[in-house]
Every structure is written in structure tokens, then in C-alpha cells.
Design a protein. Structure first.
Ligand SMILES: N[C@@H](CCC(=O)N[C@@H](CS)C(=O)NCC(=O)O)C(=O)O
Length: 216
């Protein structure tokens, strides 16, 4: 069974939890609170030198980092991973876009405005850039979705899961999706997929290292 190091409110972690839920794949989740530095301990850095979640233990002592790499791993051989050469490349195209155009802007705004107390005051200088670049990324997605139901292969794939992670929290961090009807329709389409779970949903098997330490 997989072991997933993840944080409940992290969009990158949620992408992996969503894929595992859609695939009905059992796993054990370990909650890592990045705000308390739990991803920067020597023990965690030995598993992932980047000090970030999500992190998936795929076999004893073998770890995969980077949400989109993990998505490809868990979805391999399933309908979530397109299997023609061009469709795989299209899915990757959108997943690279997610990492360079969407996540650094909407993800950063979500982190500082929604998760960090006082974050808005700390990041006033950066917020304007995140908004401008975030809206530009949303417009690219809107233009694609005007003529497509999904991002690649005409079906829900890892590309949609990757993009859903932060698009669905955009309105929690100052972005207004009112002028993006195709994105709103796509968000609802993803949410109607059998097996869909929200970011708040927790698998039954969650370990919280802090509470385990407190019990010891
Ligand atoms: N590109 C990485 C980014 C991962 C990432 O930024 N993780 C954040 C949580 S969303 C994190 O663990 N931050 C803690 C830190 O950097 O100390 C991915 O897609 O997995």
C-alpha cells in the first residue's frame, strides 16, 4: 500500500489524494504541517531533499516527489493516463503549464492569503504580480475550454487533476471566476466525476506525526 506524506490544505497534495480517490486506490496518509516546519526536519529531508509535500513512498525506502510526477505514477495504466503518444504529450503540456503559469501565481496567492495569518500584509508587493499572471493563466485555460470538455485526450486525465488543484481555490484568494464560464463549467464537470473527493476529505487511515509523538 502506498504511504502518502501530504498536508490537508495543500493544493499540490490534494491533487494526489484526488487521483488516488478517483482510482479507488488504498493508501496510508501521513499529515505533514509545513507551517510548523515538519517538511524541513532532517528525517523528512532524507526522504525528499526538496523539503516539500506531496511525497509518495512507492516501495520500502523509495520515494517520489513532485505532484505531477506522482500523478503519472499512480495513474499509469489507467484511463487517467492517456496512452497515445500525442495525448500523453498534450497532458504533459498542460501539466508543465500548471507548474510554471498557474501554481506559482494562484498557488502562492492561496498560500499567503488563505493559509498564513497576516500573509496579505507580508506579501502586498507580490500580490499584484500573482494576480496579473494568475489571470493570464486562467484566460489561457478559458480559451482552451471554450472548445474542449477536458484538457487532453477528450476525457478526464492527470492534466485536469493537476489544473483542478489550484483553480478550484482561486476564489478563496481574491480571483473572481465570474468572467470565466468555461472554467466554472469544467470545475463542475470534474466535481461530478464518480469517486471525486473535496480537498477537505480525509482518507480513513491518516497518521499525524505530531500526535504520534505526543502520545509516545
Ligand atoms: N512543484 C512541487 C511543489 C510542492 C510544494 O510547493 N509543496 C509545498 C506545499 S503545497 C510545500 O511542501 N512547502 C513547504 C516548504 O517548501 O517548506 C509539486 O508540484 O509537488
Amino acid at each position: 500500500m502506498y504511504k502518502l506524506y501530504s498536508m490537508q490544505r495543500s493544493g499540490n497534495s490534494y491533487k494526489v489524494r484526488l487521483a488516488l480517490a478517483l482510482l479507488n486506490a488504498p493508501y496510508c496518509a501521513i499529515e505533514v504541517d509545513i507551517l510548523r516546519g515538519e517538511s524541513r526536519t532532517p528525517e523528512f529531508l532524507a526522504k525528499n531533499p526538496s523539503g516539500q509535500v506531496p511525497l509518495l513512498e512507492v516501495e520500502d525506502g523509495r520515494y517520489l516527489a513532485e505532484s505531477n510526477a506522482i500523478l503519472w505514477y499512480v495513474a499509469g495504466g489507467t484511463p487517467l493516463a492517456p496512452d497515445t503518444r500525442v495525448e500523453r504529450a498534450e497532458a504533459l503540456q498542460w501539466m508543465f503549464f500548471e507548474q510554471h503559469a498557474l501554481e506559482p501565481n494562484i498557488g502562492a496567492a492561496y498560500f499567503w492569503l488563505s493559509l498564513v495569518r497576516g500573509g496579505r500584509d507580508l506579501q502586498t508587493h507580490a500580490l499584484e504580480d500573482w494576480m496579473e499572471r494568475g489571470y493570464a493563466a486562467l484566460q489561457v485555460m478559458e480559451n482552451h475550454l471554450k472548445t474542449h470538455q477536458y484538457f487532453a485526450a477528450d476525457q478526464l486525465t492527470v492534466a485536469d487533476i493537476a489544473l483542478y488543484g489550484y483553480t478550484h481555490v482561486a476564489e478563496r484568494c481574491d480571483f473572481d471566476l465570474a468572467t470565466f464560464p468555461a472554467i466554472r463549467a469544467w470545475l463542475h464537470r470534474v466535481e461530478r466525476t464518480p469517486g471525486f473527493v473535496s480537498m477537505d476529505w480525509r482518507p480513513a487511515d491518516v497518521e499525524d506525526p505530531a500526535s504520534i509523538a505526543a502520545e509516545a
